[in-house]
Each structure stands twice: as C-alpha cells, then as structure tokens.
Design a protein around this ligand. Sequence first.
Ligand code: TRP
Length: 340
Amino acid sequence: MEKKLKRILTGDRPTGRLHIGHYFGSLKNRVEMQNSGEYEQFIEIADVQALTDNFNNPEKVRSNVREVVKDYLSIGIDPNKTTIFLQSMIPEIAELTVFYSNLVTIARLERNPTVKTELAQKRDVFGDSVTYGFLGYPVSQAADITCFEGEYVPVGEDQEPLIEQCREIVRKFNSIYGETLVEPKIVLSKTARIKGLDGNAKMGKSLGNAIYLSDSEDEIRRKVMGALTDPNRIKKDDLGNPDICMVAYYHKLFSSDEAVRKAVEECKKGERGCVACKKELAENIIEYLRPIREKRAYYDAHPEEIDRILMEGTEKARQTAKETMKKVKKAMRLDYFEGV
Ligand code: TRP
C-alpha cells in the first residue's frame, strides 16, 4: 500500500532573488524534507501577496517570478518531487480569502505582530493609512495554506504570527461550518535567522548586506571584503575578538571545523590579518555555492524549462485547490447545483 505522505505548503514573495539568509533559514530545510520521502511538498510563488506592498510596481513582481524559480531549482528543489506554483493562477485562493474575511476582525489583523512590524517599515508605501489588501494579507495567506490542506509550514520565525492567525481561522471555520479544514503546524528551521554582512540582525536586499545565491565569484569577493570586523582591531597584530566579527561568523557557516578553529585562534592572538581571513572566507563561500551557481547557469540557458515547470506545477496545484473548494462550498451550503 502506498504510504500517506504529510503535506507541506510554503511560499515566498517574488520581490527579489533569494540570498544565503533564505538558504539557511528555510530553503535548505525544504530540500531535506523533500528528499526524506516523508512529505509531499507544495511551494507557492506568492505574486498576489507580493503586490500587497508592491501594487505600484507590477514589473518588479513579474520579473522576479522566474528568478525565484531558478533559485529553487538551483539549490535542489526537484519539480518531480515538489510542486512549484503561481498564486495568481489559482483563483480558488482568492475565493477562499473572501470567505475567510468574515471570520477575522480588523482589530485582530491590526494586532498581528508581523503586520505591525512590516507597516512600521513601509511608511514610504502606505503613509499613515494602510490598504485593505495589505492589512488583510494574513487572511489570504491562510487561504494559501488551507487551500492545499497544508499540515506543515516550514518558514522563518517572523512568520509565526501569520501561521497562528491561520490556525485561528481554521478553528473558527470548523466550529461554524463543521470539521472541514486542516489546521497547519509551523516548522521552524534549525538555523536561526542569519545576520547581514554589516552585522545587522537581518539580511535583506533593502539593507544592501546580503550575499545572493546567484552572485558571481567577484561579487562574493567584493562583498566579503566589505564585511564588518572587530572595530577595535586596527593593525594586523592587534588582538582580535571573533565574537564581534562577521567574517568569523560566516566562517562557521561555510568553512570546515578545522579552518574555523584556526581562524579564531590566530585572530585572538593577532597572528592573522582581517584581509587574509576575508580572502579565505570568500573562497570557501565561492566553493560552497559553486554547484548552485552551475545549476543556475543551466536554467539561465533554458528559460523554456522554467516556464514548463511553473505551468505544470500550477496545473497540478489547481486540481488540489478545486477539490478543497468543493468541500468548503459544501460545508458553507454554497453547493447549489451539485448533483443536478
Ligand atoms: N509571507 C511569506 C513571506 O513573506 C510568503 C508566503 C505567502 C507564505 N504565502 C505563504 C509562506 C504560505 C508560507 C505559507 O515570506
């Protein structure tokens, strides 16, 4: 008998290429879960959600869709095992969002910590008055997950309040209309969020402190050369403190245990300069990301494969969404002409 696989649903907003923060924060986890044989994985390219704060820049969203698919494929997401699909081509998600909007209060959305944090950062887009669409995106994200009966949602910790809100919507729906929807669980990655090259707690495009999976060898070298080191260390033989150095921090992610031990020891004794240490790190990052860059180069040369993967994935996802909607409409007494 075929084993019943547990369903994973996750996604990304296509607003930029993915970087090593995404890789250690969730992408690596997705590849491991995919290859474990325990799960059936769906990954959504959340273009509709991306528009909630980029409605005035549709070209940005469009041009990043294929970049994000290339990022997935280059790190080892296998379209034969994982379904990659486009949110905007699944109208059932939008339909479900409308049904859910009756089950959520405005006050509850305004209290969502992720929405609050993002709003504070997006005053340039919204000023003092937020749109209905942005305030409501947690409702649409709940539809993303439940439309595919996602049981597990592997995401970074910043997404926790959104998953919690989804769980509340599911409970409310089931209590009113009867047990219909699956309540998802969050799966946090083992690696905590990784810091930026400048020491900022968050790595991000707008902060200019990220190394992208698609960066060239020279871009990686240039970025590592600009990384934050112990500011008290002026001369090469000053004693260094690796605990406040981003180069030491990244060595731990990309270099062998032996190389890390040596770097830390020599730094503390003032026996290695920061320039040499950065050069060694840059080469290790370049080697680590080499297979990813090579796979990406293949897809850069075969854009038709990207389109085929996205189309086939979307088609498959849509079938699943239609089945869920059938159950939802029946539960909500909206199944008017069934059996006619
Ligand atoms: N909000 C997520 C992010 O910004 C993207 C996303 C959209 C998502 N829909 C989802 C994540 C469903 C998990 C499940 O990264």
